[in-house]
Design a protein around this ligand. Structure first.
Ligand code: SF4
Length: 147
């Protein structure tokens, strides 16, 4: 796929690092998989940081309890953008996002930045930050049949 600009809110910058194929629904995971693979295959893809529901939220299941506009989620975005020194309205290559994670975060920071998140206990996001800090690229995703 030709490069497109991907719209991401603050906390999703980190969710992508820990993404291993899980998600709120098959459609949500498939969309996230597509974004993940675009960023993995082409780290110069431009990411536009936005202050609200983004290209991942777009596939949040309509029949699940909605949370994308909750105040706690906006606060979660804010904590992460402050940690990384980013702000909504910025556009930058995905590679610069990972460089900033490498320079400013420790894997354990996930525990405080993301204390509200139900996925945190899986440990995949902490592992994702650890991978980036080693200077490694995003790893390939497990095949769908393994999920
Ligand atoms: S703990 Fe939750 S919010 Fe934080 S990076 Fe992981 S999935 Fe995203």
């Amino acid at each position: 796929m030709a490069n497109r600009e991907i719209r991401l809110r603050g906390h999703h910058l980190l969710c992508l690092l820990g993404f291993r194929g899980m998600g709120y629904s098959a459609a949500f995971s498939a969309n996230m998989r597509e974004v993940y693979n675009e960023l993995r295959d082409e780290p110069q893809t431009l990411v536009s940081i936005i202050g609200g529901p983004d290209d991942l939220c777009a596939c949040f299941p309509k029949d699940a309890e909605q949370h994308c506009e909750n105040r706690s989620v906006y606060e979660h975005d804010k904590r992460i953008l402050e940690k990384l020194g980013f702000a909504a309205g910025m556009t930058l290559p995905w590679a610069d996002v990972t460089l900033r994670v490498r320079d400013r975060m420790q894997p354990e920071d996930i525990n405080t930045l993301c204390y509200t998140c139900e996925w945190r206990s899986y440990g995949v996001c902490e592992a994702g930050v650890r991978t980036i800090k080693k200077g490694s690229p995003l790893p390939p995703l497990p095949p769908l049949s393994h999920l």
